[in-house]
Design a protein around this ligand. Structure first.
Ligand code: SF4
Length: 681
């Protein structure tokens, strides 16, 4: 029996893996406080991929002329990869090699990947798919609070809140075990409010569903602040003693009177007033955003608008109240703390900070001057591939960018323009199928490493089974490349040794893991960062005394509504939004291959009024066209969506053919959540 955690989302539900003959059974852990014995169907079926015939067990090299794959040994594959990376570096410079990571990688892998890029390859060109997940909330958190930790409180604190507002979050489908905490809050009499253009399963359980036009969460927050201020609901003492910058925010909100907000968001004035009154009804109010609010070209500003509202109400730092972001990917939190982001070094240090560079270079045993500077954000990096002066190679770990990136046709063009694409994966994903070299790596139950869940709790994934022959860990892969390149520093393949190095590299940083060791995680069932030394208890709740800016204050940041980059018009008259379904996870590379999970393929959800207008019938195919592409898929006619909006899940090839690649200027987040579309039969 091995205690570990689910391989998928940021809840990181606790589970025990039990060997039963040749099979591996999943038991939910009752003693892990996040899921308390519950799992969703993805968790229950997580071992299904072990027995998949599609599992890769030998390195493959593709002949571009014939498109034929040849199985090779690991040594041959690594010789090819390292040899070609060296040639590209010699001919085109260090930045001609690029690296792309993932928010599902363990902390150890994410850390080592950043080190591989900066030390072994010397390239500034590294980023990861978490850029497309919570980067807008991260950017807003850093601006407002001076730190980016998704939830500044344990998830179970939700049970003690009196009002919970979920903005663009569908936890009943994306992380069902979390709903128990909401339900307990409701049993105590709490009000749950869901802001979402679709009446989701989560909205169905709420006391109030606010259904705005896609892309208008920001003016909604401004309008609520307007009403709160007009009603004398601003916590003036808190604003005066714990924050700075409120005057500009107050002025911006003054221009968003209720009738104007109704015109822009589609939310009736009466409901706006009802929600504002609810927000002022108790000191225990929690506001939480997720991808629905964040995946916009103004995603950072949208999150800041909700943070401003929370600060005006005096919530952050108050018991059982505050603002939080519900992180998405399994290690979405830790994956953005330890160096695989273009602008970061381990411990959430910034790569352009001389002191941070000196500290991390000291741990790595290299000169600070040898570390490259800041690179490009994920989509910008992909768009630079194979261009004049852009990278000539890309090494991809833990990401299926051919499906998950926006405007995938352009991404496919850029990948095809590379001299070398190397993909490490457990199956032949859509991205691996485009590669020159595919490296088969260990998965979840076959490996040990830490993950940091949506609460900032560092937990331990423990190896339960031996990997199949022919498979190596990502740490072995990285060590193999680094050693062949003659890289400085040490390249351990032991996860605990890598974690101990990470702890030293993070010491003194914003995400300080120095006091968190494997033994302690096992003994305490997870430790919350920051935890600067072994005697420190960890920090489940942030902001009780002060925020992370040097003056200890939170910052209001004035924002205003700009709207989606691509408004609807005569040719593309409806809003397209995308999201997840219960049985699938992210690009579906894993879950689509688990036979016990329903694989419906993509579908188009639309309202009966829209269906009538375009002549669509439930179950029959319809075409969704945007300025970037077309998807043809069965219609699902439902009354739960706005009549001016269509929804397509993004787990299958096709949804991101349609999505917009407009980027948030602060976070680099693409506008996945809204673009203009046409629906035809
Ligand atoms: Fe796994 Fe998330 Fe489901 Fe929990 S909610 S079982 S972590 S996918």
């Amino acid at each position: 029996m091995t205690d570990t955690h689910c391989p998928y989302c940021s809840l990181q539900c606790g589970m025990t893996l039990v060997r039963e003959g040749r099979t591996l059974a999943v038991q939910a852990r009752e003693d892990f406080p996040v899921n308390e014995g519950a799992l969703c169907r993805k968790g229950w079926t997580a071992t299904g991929l072990r027995s998949s015939r599609e599992r890769l067990t030998t390195p493959l090299v593709r002949d571009r002329a014939t498109d034929a794959w040849t199985a090779v040994s690991w040594d041959e594959a690594l010789d090819v990869v390292a040899g070609r990376l060296a040639v590209i570096r010699d001919e085109h410079g260090a930045d001609a090699n690029a690296v792309f990571g993932g928010g599902g990688l363990t902390n150890e892998k994410a850390y080592q990947l950043g080190k591989l890029a900066r030390v072994a390859l010397g390239t500034r060109m590294i980023d990861y798919n978490g850029r497309w997940c919570m980067s807008s909330a991260a950017s807003a958190g850093n601006q407002a609070f001076g730190v980016d930790r998704g939830l500044p409180f344990p998830l179970a604190d939700v049970e003690q809140a009196d009002v919970v507002v979920l903005v663009g979050s569908n936890i009943a489908e994306t992380m069902p075990p979390a709903v128990r905490h909401l339900d307990r809050a409701r049993e105590r009499g709490a009000h749950v409010v869901v802001v979402d253009p679709r009446r989701t399963l989560t909205a169905d359980r709420a006391d109030m569903h606010v259904q705005p036009v896609p892309g208008t969460d920001l003016p909604l927050a401004l309008g609520l602040l307007h009403l709160v201020d007009a009603a004398g609901g601003v916590d003036e003492k808190y604003v005066a003693t714990r924050t700075s910058g409120f005057d500009d925010v107050r002025s911006a909100a003054a221009a968003w009177w209720p009738e104007r907000v109704e015109r822009v968001t589609g939310i009736a004035v009466a409901q706006l007033r009802e929600l504002a009154t609810l927000l002022m009804s108790s000191p225990r109010v929690m506001v939480m955003t997720a991808r629905g609010a964040e995946q916009h070209a103004d995603g950072t500003a949208t999150v800041l608008a909700w943070v401003n509202l929370s600060l005006a109400l005096g919530l952050p730092g108050r018991p059982f109240a505050g603002y939080g972001c519900l992180t998405g990917q399994g290690n979405g939190q830790g994956g953005r703390e330890h160096g695989q982001k273009a602008d970061q070094l381990p411990g959430y240090r910034m790569i352009d900070d001389p002191a941070a560079r000196a500290h991390v270079a000291g741990v790595w045993g290299v000169e600070a001057d040898s570390l490259p500077g800041k690179g490009l954000s994920a989509y910008e990096l992909l768009m630079s591939l194979g261009t004049d002066g852009g990278p000539r190679s890309l090494l991809v770990l833990g990401s299926n960018i051919a499906v998950s990136a926006p405007h995938t046709a352009r991404v496919a063009e850029r990948l095809a323009a590379l001299d070398l694409l190397v993909v490490a994966d457990i199956v032949m994903s859509e991205t691996a199928a485009l590669a020159d070299v595919v490296l088969p790596v260990t998965q979840w139950a076959e490996e040990t490493g830490t993950m940091t869940n949506l609460e900032g709790r560092v937990i331990l994934r423990q190896q339960a089974v031996t990997p199949p022959d022919g498979v190596r860990s990502d740490l072995e892969l990285m060590a193999g490349i680094a050693e062949r390149l003659g890289a400085a520093s040490t390249w351990s393949t032991d996860p605990e040794e890598v974690f101990d190095e990470l702890r030293r590299a993070s010491a003194g940083g914003r995400a300080d893991y120095a006091g968190i060791g494997y033994a302690r995680i096992r003994a305490e069932d997870g430790v919350f960062w920051p935890c600067p030394d072994a005697d420190h208890p960890g920090t489940p709740r942030l902001f009780e005394e002060s925020f992370f800016h040097a003056d200890g204050l939170a910052r209001f940041v004035a924002v205003d509504h700009t709207g989606p980059v691509e408004p609807v018009d005569g040719e593309f008259p409806v809003h397209l939004t995308t999201g997840r379904v219960l049985a699938q996870y992210q690009s579906g590379a894993q879950t689509r291959r688990i036979k016990d999970l329903p694989d419906t393929g993509p579908f188009v959800e639309l309202h009966p009024f829209l269906a009538l207008r375009v002549g669509a019938h439930d179950g029959d195919p319809v075409s969704v066209r945007t300025r970037r592409g077309v998807l043809r898929a069965p219609a699902r006619v439902v009354e739960t969506i706005r009549p001016d909006t269509v929804f397509v899940p993004f787990h299958w090839v096709g949804a991101n053919r349609l999505t917009s690649d407009a980027l948030d200027p602060s976070s680099g987040m693409p506008e996945f959540k809204v673009c203009a579309a046409e629906v035809t039969t």
